[in-house]
Design a protein around this ligand. Sequence first.
Ligand code: GTP
Ligand code: SPV
Ligand code: MN
Length: 601
Amino acid sequence: MKNLAPAIFPPKGIGDATPSNKAVLDWVNEIATLTQPDNIFWCDGSEREKEFLIGESLRQNVLIELNEKKVPRSYLHRSNPNDVARVEQFTFVCTPTKEEAGPTNNWTEPGETYAKLRELLSGAMRGRTMFVIPYMMGPADSPLSKIGFEITDSKYVVLSLRIMTRMGEIALKRLGNDPSAEWNRGVHSLLDVNPERRFICHFPQDNTIISVGSGYGGNVLLSKKCLALRIGSYLARKQNWMAEHMLILGVESPEGRKHYVAAAFPSACGKTNFAMLIPPAHFQGWKVTTVGDDIAWMEIRDGRLYAVNPENGYFGVVPGTSYKSNPNAMGSIAHDTIYTNVAFTDDGDVWWEGKDGEPPAHAIDWRGNEWTPQSSEKAAHPNSRFTTPMRNNPALDPDVEKGEGVPISAIIFGGRRSDTVPLVYQAFDWDHGVYLGATMASETTAAATGAVGRVRRDPMAMLPFCGYNIGAYFQHWLDIGKQLTNPPLIFNVNWFRKGADGKFLWPGFGENMRVLKWIIDRCEGNGGALKSPIGWLPSPHDLDLAELNIDHNAVDELLGLDHEEWQKEIAAHKEFFDSLGGVVPEELQKQREQLAAGFDL
Ligand code: GTP
Ligand code: SPV
Ligand code: MN
């Protein structure tokens, strides 16, 4: 077996930040006894530690240094070509019973799974270094924040978690010495990066994650999808809060009135772009700021929902990112960024499909092969990613560190639908909004392995991320609604509807401000709408489309309901609910019947 992650022996004063909590020490001991690393590296999150790990990563070709003048302090990482996206088929929720994991999760019995994983991990870190990373999810003084530890044998994971989480001392301080305190146990080993030995396993009852055989972000940055969503959603239901796959943005009017909006779109369906939106010139004086681009943790206070972003950085889709589509993302990734699976140019810069300007005449592609514009292969992998600190974002919201979070005025669901679903519409009330979320669908993307472009139901964009029974999750949404005296209004959007020519009807990106403005108008009790069977729909003159070069017919098509398409859609809702085998709450079944009745079905 090729040694993928040889041991490193740091100089004195680095890698020795042993935590004092006995429960943590016992667990680290147990994992070290099992995996047999050559040494243990206790991460403290310091600058010195970072310099040392970058040096070692460059020496061992885990990272490639980029041109200091073009992208200062930034690096390229190439993952194994067999390991470039989340693997939903190898992701498991290991609850004591299959019912607890529910009909949408892969389930295996915890005892057997632990035994299998122990076998795989046995001696797996021989010749390697075991890193112990303490991290905190959420602002330092937030009641919602959580502590996790990730054990890993990958330096890429350590350097990425430094960006994605609040890592080191700050986490140890928050955890304290109480051995019974709540904290997440995460174990990751690359093993031999073999898809046949790749398993991402969650044990919600034990607050434990074990991930083996992968080096790709979503599978190995255990803070993110594994803790903040799968384990997070399980804890959220038990503790009466919400862990959602949502961006959080602030939107401020020229008069200084500010709203916060949370939006759930499936993977690679526009969260990062929407969170960093720059309004078009017509909306002079309007400002959009980013609280988070992927995950929202929300709790109820004074009858309202308040949200924090548990993360500290962005792990975003690179292809398609440009100064034209997303200037704030370009600003964010101009320095101090780790790029994964993009192309490397002859002048030490990075390149990807959709970047501004001409393609380079020659580059090294994401696999490490020669590439020219004539090549049939893509230069960057469609799921290539940037890892960048949120501090780099020119549009970062000033309240991002606020422990109590930001009050949410609207929740938006949305997916990638070429047909059927209008540009925007509003739910009649909370329960109807939960129905919109529960029945949303989207065309699959390169963010997970498997076919791309297939329409699948992805409730609340949580299909791959809900850590328990989806029926209980729907009920949790309904129960939260009952406790809100001032609930967010709920909307559904679709930036991706296509015309007969197969092209997007809506320009998207910054122009999505026009839809956001209507949503804000509705929150403020203004904004016209027509009652339709699916919800409140704007008519073309309810949307501010001034100075937008768009065809009238396209607008009609974007806001139109095609009865035949909706007949199929409602049948698909039923088929989806039926496929879940009786776990769908009665209230949502009633919502479906009302929708069907609205179409005389
Ligand atoms: P994850 O990080 O996987 O959760 O993705 P995400 O939801 O943050 O999606 P992101 O904003 O990175 O966008 C994914 C892809 O969709 C990129 O290629 C974008 O260029 C494209 N995209 C984003 N917003 C729009 C839009 O409004 N219209 C169109 N046509 N494409 C968009
Ligand atoms: C997603 O797929 O929703 C992502 C990327 O945000 S990953 O972290 O790989 O899950
Ligand atoms: Mn995501």
